[in-house]
Design a protein around this ligand. Structure first.
Ligand SMILES: [Zn+2]
Length: 265
């Protein structure tokens, strides 16, 4: 098996039960030939991935992974890595208690820091923000932006039944909160993101990073779960190589990963 990112040789990490970590889920649907899902590990960049879902149709994803149970609060709580910072803002919106809404407030706090540090030149009202993988139009994270007067576009390839406009134009801020681990066609994803990022724009990204090299028992890690659509598990090295291919420099900021276009001189 060849690495999806650096094309180096990969070893079979092992086969992971489809329902790993979700053994108690009621009425879980398990694909007939997919009780166990093979995951691979790149010997160069440390990327951990499966190709099992690469040819799946939208209907298959909707049936086995992105179904009603997936979008329930319980599932979200068990599979999310929180953005570690405490904002002081509060809101009376009905979505305000969700962790995704809180993520939205934390992201705004970061954006303000980038503005005062000069990394983002535009004022709030001029910023074009893209929520990539928004889980709704708007999703709860985007609602936190709307409530505070930001201009935001939502996009998600996976929430079936919700309409999204095709992406047009350039964005000053593109954020991906717990999204990239769900993407199996990474080149298509990066092409889309990079193609819509303004030359002076920034990317804010969260995903659970694995150490490199991987510990011997990495296959048991709670984040590597087919049921929740975690098909791409990154080391910082693998994520760095992936973004670099699309002229984006990625920095491992302790709060969120931060990306910016590499300028041609
Ligand atoms: Zn690799």
């Amino acid at each position: 098996m060849e690495c999806k990112i650096c094309h180096y040789e990969c070893r079979l990490l092992g086969e992971i039960a489809f329902n790993k970590g979700h053994e108690k889920e009621d009425n879980i649907k398990i694909p007939e030939d997919g009780k166990y899902i093979p995951y691979y590990n790149c010997t160069f960049c440390g990327f951990i991935f499966t190709t099992y879902f690469d040819q799946w149709s939208d209907d298959q994803f909707k049936r086995y992974i992105y179904n009603d149970a997936f979008f329930s609060q319980d599932m979200n709580r068990s599979t999310k890595a929180e953005i570690p910072s405490k904002p002081t803002d509060s809101s009376s919106s009905s979505a305000a208690s969700s962790s995704s809404y809180m993520d939205g407030l934390k992201l705004q706090h970061l954006i303000q820091q980038f503005q005062s540090g000069g990394l983002l030149k535009k004022e709030k009202t001029e910023l074009n923000v893209l929520d990539f993988g928004s889980a709704g139009n708007p999703g709860d994270t985007a609602k936190a932006f709307i409530d505070n007067g930001y201009k935001i576009t939502c996009y998600d390839p996976y929430t079936s039944g919700v309409k999204y406009e095709p992406l047009t134009g350039l964005f000053d801020v593109i954020y991906l909160v717990e999204v990239i681990e769900h993407c199996f066609d990474l080149d298509a994803t990066l092409k889309l993101i990079s193609g819509h990022l303004h030359d002076d724009g920034i990317i804010l990204l969260t995903t659970n990073l694995q150490p490199y090299p991987a510990p011997a028992d990495v296959i048991n890690h709670w984040y590597i779960t087919p049921r929740t659509g975690h098909v791409s598990i990154f080391t910082f090295k693998s994520l760095f190589v992936l973004f670099r291919k699309y002229q984006i420099n990625l920095i491992n900021n302790p709060t969120v990963l931060f990306g910016k276009k590499i300028k041609n001189r």
